[in-house]
Ligand binder design. Structure first.
Ligand code: SAM
Length: 286
């Protein structure tokens, strides 16, 4: 394997607001020998805006495998190649996987230039648990397949992130309501970083009613962030709650804890902590 210091840069570009192209991305794009893009006409406009004149080469889903061979040969000769997509981070529901994999296979360094991605932008503003999440990309376009996928995800406890086409958003929300329940919380993030940016958090049922009634919400680019399913309780937890909850409703906390400890034979401190948690959940729900 020969490698005269060629590097493949994976460069994130804006998802709407041109101000989001980082200074480092501009520098790398200017200094590369070639920029590999999905739609060269689209990317030329972006590059023109920043005065970047690096030659562009088209690589999309249909020619990725063939183009890869040529690019790997150039990288092995020492070329610095930047990979971009139409918007956001390449490889995130966008082409580039084969090229990156082949570069690794050929021992060529691959370096990310991080920046915008609609999935993380939506998650960061969604107001839903973000410590663990699953990126699902696009759901199947056909209803039966979409419902099957949603059924398979219905018990997933991590937050779910979906990309969705605007003309399918109503059907998609209907299907999420059918498979995960109308009460499941979700955030619709539309036209992020653009003039008509809209972020709305509500139950899936309410979101569906709102989007159905307002055609404007069925336009543009959309990310749906859906809360995970509540974690399933263990048998021990269910048994404990069956005793503790009714006692807490009738008695002062310390007495309810003492009686529950006696009845279940559980650890007093753990039951006390659980009782405090239940009280605070009750207060937050009021
Ligand atoms: N690689 C891109 C990324 O990192 O986000 C995603 C490309 S994927 C082909 C395009 C989808 O991303 C859109 O259909 C939409 O679901 C989502 N998307 C892209 N830009 C967006 C934006 N400004 N606001 C909301 N969603 C966006």
């Amino acid at each position: 394997m020969s490698n005269k210091n060629g590097v493949l840069y994976v460069v994130a570009t804006p998802i709407g607001n041109l101000g989001d192209l980082s200074a480092r991305a501009q520098q790398i794009l200017s200094q590369s020998d070639v920029i590999v893009a999905e739609d060269t006409r689209h990317s030329r406009r972006l590059l023109h805006h920043f005065g970047i004149n690096t030659p562009l080469l088209a690589m999309h889903e249909h020619n990725e495998r063939e183009t890869c061979g040529r690019l790997i040969a150039q990288l092995q000769e020492g070329a610095r190649i930047a990979l971009i997509s139409d918007a956001g981070t390449p490889l995130v529901s966008d082409p580039g996987f084969h090229l990156v994999r082949e570069a690794h296979g050929a021992g060529i360094p691959v370096s990310p230039i991080p920046g915008p991605s609609a999935a993380l932008a939506a998650l960061s503003a969604a107001g839903l648990a973000s410590d663990r999440f699953v990126f699902e990309g696009f759901l199947p376009a056909k209803r039966i397949a979409r419902r099957q996928r949603l059924q398979a995800l219905a018990q997933e406890t991590r937050t779910l992130i979906f990309y969705e086409a605007p003309h399918r958003i109503v059907e998609c929300l209907e299907d999420i309501a059918a498979c995960m329940g109308e009460q499941r919380e979700a955030t619709l993030a539309r036209e992020l970083t653009k003039l008509h940016e809209t972020i709305r958090k509500n139950s899936v049922g309410e979101l569906c009613t709102w989007v159905s009634a307002d055609p404007e919400q069925q336009l543009g680019e959309i990310v749906l962030v859906v809360a995970g399913a509540p974690a399933a309780l263990s048998v021990e937890e269910v048994e404990l709650l069956n005793v503790l909850q009714p006692l807490l409703a009738q008695l002062p906390l310390k007495q309810a804890v003492a009686l529950t400890t006696e009845i279940t034979g559980g650890n007093r401190n753990a039951i006390y902590e659980r009782a405090l948690q239940l009280k605070s959940e009750e207060k937050n729900a009021d």
